[in-house]
Design a protein around this ligand. Structure first.
Ligand code: ZN
Length: 64
């Protein structure tokens, strides 16, 4: 059976489509998003939240 994961962002019940590591945490916080709980090494994110977080990350990485 497949391990169904749900997005780790508080208030979001979408199924997770991606998992990111903890280096993404600052970008999640930058978006003023909260995690439901400490998820461990990997943070499951739904498609929408992954896109948002990745956008912030890409913007910061290309900002140098
Ligand atoms: Zn989500």
């Amino acid at each position: 059976m497949k391990d169904e994961k749900v997005c780790a962002i508080e208030g979001c019940d979408e199924p997770a489509s991606k998992e990111v590591d903890r280096s993404f945490l600052p970008f999640i916080q930058e978006l003023k998003l909260k995690l439901k709980e400490d998820t461990g090494k990997k943070i499951p994110l739904c498609r929408k939240h992954y896109k948002m977080v990745k956008q912030v990350r890409d913007a910061q990485l290309s900002g140098f």
